[in-house]
Design a protein around this ligand. Structure first.
Ligand SMILES: [Zn+2]
Length: 253
């Protein structure tokens, strides 16, 4: 398994942040969010759109946090960002033992996050996985808080009060997250490669003039004779092969 420098398991095939993937994720989130608000909380259409929005919310936030967070948390965070909604299944089957008195199941509370953080402290070998799960659940709650008309009983079992956030606040936050992502994958932040690196501008260079790199400068400063023996010959003299030169200089005996 590939690992980060501090031993955390690194996600090998995590979705990479590029201008194209960012555009896809941002447009996908907008479309899924808009579609969910139109379709409502239906089991198939609404549920699929809502989980897509949850997944893309977590992905965009992970990209904004940075590459090391992506390598450590990507897989558990993305899984937790949608898997927490499995707790809705009993209510869909008509069993209310997880939701009596609260708009969402009891597992949609800060207690779940606290238990995951406690597991991260106690289970050090899987610390990055449980921290990633805690992050995914937190991001899931962030979106749930902004879904209209319901809210989340964050303080269960101490209180059934359903907390909410304005949906505009969620959208504004995600717009800021997308801006951070855009700055992270902007073309001018990428390292130069190959020929681009050799024509890199020096800090004291004259604007508009491309400075040659060190190798090219050395080549220009070397004597012409060392670069090409033919160029050192007097005009009109043809270059001769090495054995002929040796024959001329050798004594005749
Ligand atoms: Zn939920």
């Amino acid at each position: 398994m590939r690992r980060t420098t501090d031993g955390a398991p690194a996600s090998r095939r995590s979705p990479r942040l590029t201008p194209a993937t960012l555009l896809l994720a941002a447009v996908g989130l907008l479309a899924a969010d808009w579609g969910y608000r139109r379709v409502g909380d239906s089991l198939v259409g609404g549920g699929l759109l809502d989980e897509t929005a949850h997944l893309l919310t977590a992905l965009l936030v992970l990209w904004a946090i940075g590459r090391s967070a992506c390598e450590r948390f990507m897989t558990p965070t993305l899984i937790a960002s949608v898997a927490i909604d499995i707790d809705h299944v009993p209510a869909r089957l008509g069993l209310q033992w997880l939701t009596a008195g609260t708009p969402r199941p009891y597992t949609h509370s800060l207690l779940t996050i606290a238990l995951l953080l406690a597991a991260a402290v106690l289970w050090r070998r899987r610390r990055w996985v449980t921290l990633g799960l805690a992050l995914g659940v937190s991001l899931h709650f962030f979106r749930d808080l902004a879904e209209s008309g319901t809210g989340v009983s964050l303080l269960w079992p101490w209180s059934d009060h359903a907390f909410t956030l304005p949906h505009g606040g969620y959208l504004a936050t995600m717009a800021a997250v997308v801006l951070i992502d855009a700055a992270r994958c902007a073309p001018w932040r990428r390292p130069l490669h190959g020929s681009q690196a050799s024509i890199r501008m020096k800090p004291n260079a004259i604007p508009g003039r491309i400075e040659p790199d060190v190798g090219e400068r050395r080549e220009k400063q070397m004597p012409a004779a060392s670069l090409n023996s033919a160029s050192a010959l007097p005009p009109g003299r043809e270059p001769q092969s090495q054995p002929a030169d040796l024959a001329i200089r050798s004594p005749s005996g």
